[in-house]
Design a protein. Structure first.
Length: 466
């Protein structure tokens, strides 16, 4: 089940909302756990046991670490932590990388080891990182072990963030799990955020995705058409993933949880370093706290820092998928970040602002092409079309003529300009007028989005495959 489906919007969510708010407070986590399992099982019934195992596994590991710590048995606590990390990575690695490894061994050695044909359980990359961060934080003494398995299960399986993030660290919602107090204002704000995210996904991301798929399927696009396709995918992945994050954060607010922001207008960045402070913030934070800093961060000299950055970005690429294009994508960003760390950032700081914006836009547009095309020959061909051959033809003009409105909406919508304009106007309004206009706007977005969902079968979520 996905958020941008009529089943979720018109049946599942209203049912859960009604039952949640009439349910006694002490039973609300149990209700969320049950419906989160139903939500997950709707699309992945055979893999629900893996998620339950991961939940119970790290629930027990957290208790065991606490037990050893109370008895000042550091070796025992560290042993359980190692068990947790190795166990989680083994589960993730088996489902995500086994067939990738087999195919590469066969290619290198000429063997014929049969692939297992494993399907990647939806959300495994997200909930594995969540439960692993919990045991690490318990070991570090940042949070006490959660003794209530229902509360811990609700944290791991909570359907607003279960299958595509953001990656919610336990320490950021530990208080909400046991002490949250829902109120009408937050619930209303959450529903508005949900609808805005739905609009970003359905009205912009899906339209951009259709443009990208049409151009990517062309055998010989002109340079301008190939660039248009790359730009369309750039907008698709932003509005797809940030829209999903908006929906997740909004649903969290509706049920009394406060998830941290996952996007901060990344396409306004003036450097790649800044871009990755603004894009998929929960993943960047996870790698910084649990990989980069433990490796030494920037505390052991410039050379070691550069090595640590390279390691983190190789792992970031692999986290996104078992394919060499994701490795290449990680290496690409590692090189850019290393160049910026060594000298480029100083130059960008002195250059006019527009230079930084243009440089960063070129970097992430090319980066998304590496990300989108998994087949190396096809990737090479597409990049070749972007930089050679005829510049434009009638196809380019036709696509621009058909899609100029949604492209313009995407250009404006990926910036902070609409928010700043609204906040400026809102200060001159009465609270009643502001609330009324907001309600009308949200209602229009909801109705138009549902109309698009009913009439259009193209509705992918890009980050579900990770």
């Amino acid at each position: 089940m996905v958020f941008s489906s009529t089943t979720f919007l018109l049946a599942f969510l209203p049912l859960v909302a009604i039952l949640y708010y009439i349910c006694p407070r002490k039973l609300r986590n149990a209700l969320l756990l049950v419906f989160s399992l139903l939500f997950y099982g709707w699309g992945e019934p055979k893999y629900i046991l893996i998620m339950l195992f991961s939940t119970v596994f790290d629930y027990c590991n957290g208790l065991a670490i606490g037990w050893f710590r109370r008895r000042q048995r550091e070796k025992g606590a560290k042993g359980v932590l190692i068990l947790s990390v190795v166990g989680n990575l083994a589960i993730l690695g088996f489902f995500k990388y086994t067939d990738f490894a087999i195919n590469n061994i066969n290619g290198l050695l000429g063997t014929a080891i049969p692939a297992l044909g494993l399907l990647l359980p939806i959300g495994i990359s997200f909930y594995t990182f969540q439960t692993m961060s919990y045991t690490i934080d318990v070991y570090r003494g940042l949070v006490p072990p959660q003794r209530n398995i229902i509360d811990f299960g609700a944290y791991v399986t909570l359907f607003p963030q279960l299958i595509a993030g953001p990656i919610v660290q336990y320490k950021t919602v530990a208080y909400d799990l046991e002490h949250r107090r829902e109120n009408l204002a937050e619930a209303s704000e959450g529903l508005q955020r949900l609808v805005i995210g739905l609009g970003k996904k359905v009205l912009i991301a899906n339209q951009m995705g259709a443009i990208w798929e049409e151009i990517a399927a062309m055998s010989d696009p002109t340079a301008a058409t190939a660039w248009l396709g790359a730009i369309a995918y750039t907008f698709q992945i932003y509005f797809d993933f940030s829209g999903y994050s908006d929906m997740a954060i909004g649903l969290g607010h509706f049920f009394g949880f406060h998830f941290l922001e996952n996007f901060n207008y990344p396409y306004e960045s003036r450097s790649v370093t800044e871009f990755w402070r603004r894009w998929h913030i929960s993943l960047s934070t996870w790698f910084r706290e649990y990989v980069y800093i433990p490796l030494g961060g920037n505390r052991k000299g410039k050379g070691r820092q550069l090595v640590n950055i390279a390691i983190v970005w190789l792992l970031t690429g692999l986290w996104h998928g078992a394919s060499w294009n994701f490795v290449l994508w990680g290496v690409y960003y590692a090189v850019l970040l290393l160049l910026e760390k060594t000298f480029l950032l100083k130059w960008l700081d002195k250059a006019p602002r527009f230079v930084g914006h243009v440089y960063t836009c070129l970097c992430f547009v090319l980066g998304w092409v590496l990300f989108a095309i998994t087949d190396f020959p096809a990737l090479g061909a597409y990049l070749g079309h972007m930089f050679s051959g005829a510049f434009a033809d009638g196809t380019t003009a036709y696509l621009l003529r058909c899609d100029w409105l949604v492209l313009a909406l995407a250009v404006v919508g990926c910036t902070s300009l609409p928010r700043r304009l609204w906040e400026k106007r809102e200060r001159a309004m009465t609270p009643a007028l502001s609330d009324g206009l907001r309600t009308v706007w949200v209602a229009v977005v909801l109705l138009v989005s549902i109309a698009f969902l009913v009439g259009d079968s193209y509705n992918p979520f890009l980050y579900f495959r990770f």
